[in-house]
Design a protein around this ligand. Structure first.
Ligand SMILES: CC(C)(COP(=O)(O)OP(=O)(O)OC[C@H]1O[C@@H](n2cnc3c(N)ncnc32)[C@H](O)[C@@H]1OP(=O)(O)O)[C@@H](O)C(=O)NCCC(=O)NCCS
Length: 249
């Protein structure tokens, strides 16, 4: 399927680049429950980000599966991870989404466990305390030994890779960010994970260089695959074709 048996596809988008005048069109791609959920989000930027990212997700899924973006149905895992539902066959297509502020990331793969995370690198008052709670002794030692100008980025890099792992498992933060250990000393890699998820070597982590002043990471299970990163230009045409095509009433 579009190289997804050997590749991971990542799409990044900045909501601010999409004209707000068009935002009502994006709502038209959503299912009733998604529209209800969106209307409950009071913070405008968060609402617009959810609507745009979800409509992009639908449009892209529609392309991968050759079906109408509006016909896609989602089911939620035990801890809320969305997956495709009721599609026969879904060709093993898996996806994961992350958003922060105006920025969204959507990743696709086939037949694996997949998680993504993006975080804005911002100073936090209790960064050291958070690191003590969420980092292993080795991670903490490595992080504390870094020169001060590299600490902020390294903190959020650790955070993103760990969160991408717990999202790949579907457990999310209930698994605990401290449950996995990442080695950032050279090429990022998983060093330790809970036994039930196999051997750390069976998992891959990679940086996504998508947005300035943000850390972003992806984690998936299996042998290393080629990471293809598409920017918004690839998305705009797909999305606008879908929103201007009204689909079956
Ligand atoms: C998933 C989770 C890590 C998100 O953290 P975050 O940094 O706030 O948000 P992100 O933007 O990175 O990710 C959000 C996206 O992850 C996906 N997601 C939700 N739950 C997920 C899970 N358990 N595993 C993987 N992905 C999940 C969704 O697609 C969501 O975006 P959407 O709702 O717009 O589709 C966090 O909410 C979590 O751990 N949830 C599970 C535990 C929980 O509290 N569950 C309550 C509901 S059962």
């Amino acid at each position: 399927m579009s190289g997804l048996d050997r590749e991971i596809h990542v799409y990044s988008l900045n909501v601010a680049h999409f004209l707000y005048d068009y935002s009502r069109c994006f709502w038209s791609l959503l299912a009733d429950d998604e529209r209800e959920r969106a209307s409950r989000i009071k913070h405008q930027e968060t609402q617009q980000c959810f609507v745009l990212v979800r409509s992009c997700l639908r449009s892209l899924l529609g392309r991968y599966l050759s079906c109408d973006a509006r016909s896609i149905r989602f089911a939620l895992g035990e801890k809320g991870k969305p997956r495709l539902a009721g599609l026969e066959p879904d060709r093993g297509l898996v996806f994961n989404v992350s958003h922060t502020g105006n920025f969204g990331l959507i990743a696709f793969a086939s037949d694996t466990a997949l998680g993504v995370d993006v975080e804005r690198r911002r100073p936090m008052t209790d960064m050291d305390g958070i690191a003590e709670r969420c980092f292993s002794a080795g991670e903490l030692a490595h992080w504390r030994a870094l020169p001060p100008d590299r600490c902020l980025q390294a903190f959020f890099d650790y955070w993103c890779f760990k969160e991408a792992f717990v999202k790949a498992t579907g457990q999310g933060i209930t698994l605990g960010l401290e449950s996995c250990v990442v080695d950032l000393s050279r090429q990022p890699r998983m060093d330790l994970i809970p036994n039930s998820y196999g051997n750390p070597d069976e998992w891959q982590v990679a940086e996504i260089d998508a947005f300035a002043d943000h850390s972003a990471g992806i984690c998936y299970r299996g042998a290393e695959r080629k990471l293809r990163h598409f920017d918004e230009e690839a998305l705009v045409n797909i999305l606008f074709t879908d929103v201007t095509h009204r689909g079956p009433e």
